[in-house]
Write a protein that binds this ligand. Structure first.
Ligand SMILES: [Mg+2]
Length: 186
């Protein structure tokens, strides 16, 4: 059976921008340790890598394809050059308010895994920096690895969501080294 790591991009591989849109090369900063440990994960462990990212308004004036694509290609080529190969990239282009079934935490882009008995989703993981990434794990029947870069639960809705989802968090960390060690121990 195949196990998958569904990996978010912004806030997980590269840092999230303050305005939450990566529309300039100047906003690219890779997370510490991501190259070294994602490479070890790719080389030593038996997981398929799949990128799953929401890119709000991709293809609109908010984030034109010609702005997004060269930046995204730089990120993915940098990983590839370190022997980190993603088998698939799932990029949702909608805005939050569109409520699309393809937008994380919904699973619309990932039904190919859910409907294929070759995939062992119960032993697969979603790695991401938001609770919606953990919620995606729940919706897939997988577990979440939550990269918490200092989320505080100021508002009630978020803290209620956390209470509901925390049992699906297999690991909470802000260090790729810990993610590697955790996965290796599985
Ligand atoms: Mg993210």
């Amino acid at each position: 059976m195949k196990r998958v790591l569904f990996i978010d991009r912004d806030g997980t591989i590269i840092k999230e921008a303050p305005d939450e849109v990566i529309n300039s090369f100047t906003k690219i900063e890779f997370l510490p340790n991501v190259f070294k440990y994602l490479r070890l994960i790719a080389e030593e462990l038996d997981f398929e890598l799949a990128l799953v990212t929401n890119q709000d308004g991709l293809g609109t004036e908010f984030l034109p394809e010609e702005v997004f694509t060269p930046i995204h290609n730089l990120v993915m080529t940098s990983l590839k050059n370190e022997n980190i190969h993603f088998k698939a990239e799932h990029i949702d282009k909608t805005f939050f308010f569109e409520n699309a079934p393809t937008r994380k935490p919904q699973t619309g882009m990932l039904t190919g895994y859910m409907n294929n008995p070759e995939y062992d989703l119960a032993h697969s993981f979603v790695i991401g920096d938001r609770l919606t990434d953990v919620e995606l794990a729940f919706n897939l029947g997988a577990k979440g690895i939550w990269i918490n870069q200092g989320t505080t639960f100021g508002n009630n809705e978020l803290s209620q969501k956390f209470e509901k989802l925390k049992e699906y968090i297999a690991l909470e960390t802000n260090d790729w080294k810990e993610i590697y060690e955790f996965l290796k121990a599985q």
